[in-house]
Design a protein around this ligand. Structure first.
Ligand SMILES: [Ca+2]
Ligand SMILES: [Ca+2]
Length: 234
């Protein structure tokens, strides 16, 4: 790199660790904080980054066979359906994305698939699946990310999509980002006013969707309806 300073131009190299950008309000669970320990697979609760989670048939693994970042990662058991479920609805403004690292537990030859679910209540029928990933045969931690985009707080659950005779899975560095309302340009807002999704066929500014001879841009400028040939700029 080249830098200008009081001593003139200097050059040199600099090692910069680039970490992922996390928007304000992001929840990050690394299983590394004090007390983030659960040695048994039995049902229990554990506070992770300030929120209480229930973990059943799941422990927080710290063995050499747990595939993890740092000292610990979640380890989902395989003898019975396993889950970790938030005890509260998370994220006051809603959920944008949920991501985590996953791998097959190194001590097993197979791994259970994992499901990511959200809900407004913890009634069994209320869970909405927002993602599924298969750690089977995945030896190195691999990132999974799914868009949720729900603008209200939700319970979050990660569970095994259980089938008998599989094996354990590790999950680490769970990141839940806050919902962010999309920002639209004036032109896009104009399209949305007519219930048309920006980017759909025929919506580009130079196009003439309704074939009335006026481009979408001209209709935007005149505030006429670009999807009604009877509505044309004066
Ligand atoms: Ca960790
Ligand atoms: Ca037109």
């Amino acid at each position: 790199m080249v830098a200008n300073n009081a001593y003139g131009v200097t050059t040199g190299t600099l090692d910069i660790a680039v970490t992922e950008y996390l928007p304000p309000g992001t929840m990050e669970i690394t299983f590394e904080n004090a007390g983030e320990v659960k040695t048994s697979f039995d049902l229990g609760s554990v506070v992770l980054s300030g929120e209480t989670w229930f973990m059943d048939q799941a422990r927080i693994g710290d063995s050499a066979l747990d595939v993890k970042v740092g000292k610990r990662a979640a380890c989902f058991g395989s003898f019975y359906p396993a889950h970790m479920t938030s005890s509260n609805k998370l994220m006051p403004t809603g959920i944008g994305t949920i991501s985590f690292l996953y791998a097959q537990y190194a001590g097993d030859e197979k791994a259970e698939p994992l499901l990511v679910e959200v809900a407004t209540s913890t009634d069994p029928g209320d869970w909405l699946s927002v993602g599924r990933v298969d750690p089977n045969g995945v030896a190195e931690l691999t990132k999974f990310e799914t868009s949720v985009n729900i603008n209200q707080p939700m319970y979050v659950r990660i569970r095994t999509d259980w089938v008998p005779d599989m094996g354990r899975a590790n999950v680490d560095n769970i990141i839940i980002t806050p919902y962010a309302a999309p920002s639209y340009s004036a032109y896009e807002q104009y399209l949305l006013q007519y219930n048309v999704t920006p980017g759909d066929a025929g919506t580009a500014p130079g196009e003439d969707w309704d074939g009335d001879g006026a481009s979408n841009t001209n209709e935007f400028d005149a505030d006429s309806n670009p999807y009604d040939a009877a509505s044309v700029p004066p």
